[in-house]
Write a protein that binds this ligand. Structure first.
Ligand code: SAM
Length: 236
């Protein structure tokens, strides 16, 4: 039953991408349906019910599309009793570097949904939740630390940062993650894109420095990869 609900939710979240073309629509369906982090966020009470959510490196904005579809389904009364209520009062905004993805997100989700910018220097507004999924690997070590420290400053006490990165000590599944990313970079015409990975324990240490209390959850179920979701709450 809940698998069918999640499939419906993915279809509803992907629908706004139809006017953006077949690629954007199929990408939204494939990403939301195939990447375990999105189902996890629906089935577990991780995000706050309301406040301001900032999605850094949001791509074409599929997380925001999913949250919107979830709030609509919940309001219509078709929410599974075993799932926590979805966030219904979150004001979401994305930041994305790639102009084409910004255009896609704006077409699907509205002009105000995404700002074009570089998370290394864009001002971060006061937020209750910040999400960074599969983005920091494109930054060097100093830039990664600086972005996380700025996130801590932007978050209200008790605010939450969700970070997903590969675990460089993840053995063969990590090698699969690395090669898949290399192929993706080559397909985007950037075969030499530098990629900076860290072991999961090092990400946790880095998050602890600016005052986050961190829990880590494996986030690769159903894939051959070695990804970890860090749930970091600002405590000081
Ligand atoms: C692997 S995609 C992940 C997209 C999205 N977070 C998701 O999970 O669907 C990484 C995204 O980060 C963006 N990105 C990379 N470096 C960035 C930067 N310095 N500032 C903003 N966005 C960046 C890329 O353009 C790309 O859209």
């Amino acid at each position: 039953m809940t698998d069918a609900v999640f499939r419906d939710l993915v279809a509803a979240a992907a629908r706004p991408y139809r006017p953006c073309g077949r690629y954007a629509w199929h990408f939204a369906k494939g990403k939301l349906g195939g990447d375990p982090v999105f189902g996890h966020l629906m089935r577990h009470p991780v995000l706050p019910a309301g406040g301001r959510l900032l999605d850094l490196g949001c791509g074409q904005g599929v997380l925001m599309a999913l949250l919107r579809a979830a709030a609509e389904r919940h309001a219509a009364g078709g929410w599974p009793p075993g799932w926590p209520p979805p966030p219904t009062g979150l004001a979401c905004q994305g930041v994305e570097l790639a102009a084409r993805r910004v255009r896609t997100a704006r077409t699907a989700l509205g002009a105000a949904s995404v700002r074009q910018g570089d998370i290394r220097d864009v001002p971060l507004p006061a937020s209750d939740a910040i999400v960074i999924l599969d983005v920091l690997l494109y930054l060097n070590r100093e830039e990664q630390a600086a972005v996380l420290a700025r996130c801590a400053e932007a978050l209200a006490p008790g605010g939450i940062l969700l970070l997903r990165e590969a675990d460089a000590e993840g053995g063969l599944p990590f090698q699969a993650t690395r090669w898949a990313e290399r192929l993706a970079c080559a397909a985007r015409g950037r075969p030499r894109q530098p990629l900076t990975y860290r072991p999961a324990r090092e990400w946790a240490e880095l998050l602890a420095k600016p005052g986050f209390a961190v829990t880590a959850r494996p986030m690769s179920e159903g894939t051959p990869f070695a990804n970890t979701l860090f749930i970091a709450r600002r405590v000081s």
